[in-house]
Design a protein around this ligand. Sequence first.
Ligand SMILES: Cc1cc2nc3c(=O)[nH]c(=O)nc-3n(C[C@H](O)[C@H](O)[C@H](O)COP(=O)(O)OP(=O)(O)OC[C@H]3O[C@@H](n4cnc5c(N)ncnc54)[C@H](O)[C@@H]3O)c2cc1C
Length: 392
Amino acid sequence: MDLYSACDWYDAAALLTDDERLVLGRLREFLEEKAKPLVGDYWERGEFPYEIAQPLIDLDIMEPAELTRDGEKARGIYHGFRIFELARTDASIATFYTAQAGLFRTAIRVGASEEQKKEWMPKVVDFSLKGVFSLTEPESGSDIAGGLATTARREGDSWVLDGAKRWIGGAFTADVLAVFARDVADGQVKAFLVPREAPGVTLEKIHRKTALRMMQNAHITLDGVRVTEADRLHNVNSFKDVAAMLRAMRSDVAWIATGIQAGAFEAALKYVREREQFGRQIGSFQLVQEKLARMLGNLTSSLSLVVRLTEQQEKGIYRDQDSALAKMQTSLLMRETVALAREVVGGNGITLDTDVARFHADAEAVYSYEGTHEINALIVGRALTGQSAFTK
Ligand SMILES: Cc1cc2nc3c(=O)[nH]c(=O)nc-3n(C[C@H](O)[C@H](O)[C@H](O)COP(=O)(O)OP(=O)(O)OC[C@H]3O[C@@H](n4cnc5c(N)ncnc54)[C@H](O)[C@@H]3O)c2cc1C
């Protein structure tokens, strides 16, 4: 099946197996038929189309039956293209799905003990335990490693959490919030699964967003919230363990930044083939073609980068600087690609009717989350020079 004719110039999808293509084809059909027609209106209203959430879960795309028949896990390249496909349709839908399939699942995979994993992981995969990743705070984003101020105080077999979390995506529909808090006894960061409806937990929607308007982000207040020791992620004992989670999650965001470019590029290409000015298709003009070529160059560079990163990770090579470089570079290229797409669509490029406006606006959130450009650049710089340029 020809999944990605225009936007996969060097045929990276050739790396997929027939079964993987089948699952991705199923996802594409769903997104084209059920999701795409809804996104413009929901984006404008700043609401998420929850009616597609369960059907999307029912598609069985996290660890699809077809790809896990022999008790194996789905391959990294499949996961990457799944994220690409979601983001190619809409960045909020990709972020919503990745909150569970990427962020929360990674929190459990890296942070839970073997015993906890045995209990929780099947529920994470079939979505019967929905969770989110609650790390960022109102006063600490980039400097969260040192600045994390939410506290955890042990009282017998329980912990008491106090503090606030900001920007937490998907929190309103989660069963549990994976909350990172600093143990007042040893000063180390620990993690807890907090039921969303636990006494002392308050969620407020963040309003007036100009990017990822469909995605619902929460400001969370934790006021004397009690969690049992059994609900602490037993393998999180310092920020180093959180950094291991971020490493995996940044790779997913690099795939999102690549998928957004594909969506914006395809929408722009369609438009320039249809729109006429000066009696000709605007796609026939040299200056428009130069922009198309730049978009395709950015997209192809990004796709090549994430595919290679995923191959490295499949071999077990995980380094902070690798996913930081991928997140930094794909996001930088994404910003240019969506701006060029918006440009070739002219005035219509700022209405929700042509798709590029949505990609253009949403890209700004993706550019900043999961480590800003500067923070990811500093991680790469530290690896290159051996000198940490983060300031205290
Ligand atoms: C839509 C959205 C969804 C999100 N979802 C989640 C989520 O689900 N869970 C979660 O935990 N978090 C989430 N976040 C938070 C996100 O990870 C943070 O926004 C991000 O880490 C940046 O933090 P900040 O916004 O506080 O910016 P700040 O840290 O305040 O940074 C502001 C600016 O200062 C720059 N800066 C900071 N320090 C330095 C330095 N040392 N050198 C140079 N420049 C520097 C930054 O690069 C940036 O340009 C989300 C954010 C958004 C926008």
